[in-house]
Design a binder for this molecule. Structure first.
Ligand code: FES
Length: 127
């Protein structure tokens, strides 16, 4: 599964929004570091967080077990599984937020914004 990723820090720095239709196009034209915007492959036995780590990226996490929300990502395209027993409230899940530590891609391609834990809605959840 191919994943295009973008660091929330870049959105904050450039004043972009998660709702921007052309968010990833803007990212392509900005002078971002390869750890901030790029692509990685997720193997079938890897969660999204594991894949990022195994490809050499340092995405945020803490518990690795669905209980802290430090690893949260925002789905722009595609779908990431979410175990039943997790901290993410339904309303945030419906808006596209997922946990990367135990989320497995269930679509052929994904576009995600990682490092969204600093968003106010998520900050309240972080343990
Ligand atoms: Fe804690 Fe994913 S690292 S929920």
């Amino acid at each position: 599964v191919r994943v295009e990723f973008l660091d929330y820090e870049a959105l904050a720095d450039y004043g972009w929004s998660l709702d921007d239709d052309d968010l990833f196009r803007k990212a392509s034209h900005a002078d971002l570091d390869e750890s901030e915007h790029g692509r990685l492959l997720v193997h079938p036995d890897e969660s999204l967080l594991e894949a990022a780590e195994n490809r050499g990226f340092g995405w945020p996490f803490s518990c690795r077990g669905g209980a802290c929300a430090n690893c949260a990502v925002y789905l722009v395209e595609g779908e990431l599984s979410q175990p039943a027993n997790h901290i993410m409230p339904d309303e945030l899940a419906e808006r596209g937020f997922r946990l990367s530590c135990n989320g497995y891609p269930v679509s052929d391609e994904l576009k995600v914004v990682f490092n969204v834990k600093q968003l106010a809605e998520l900050d309240d959840l972080i343990l």
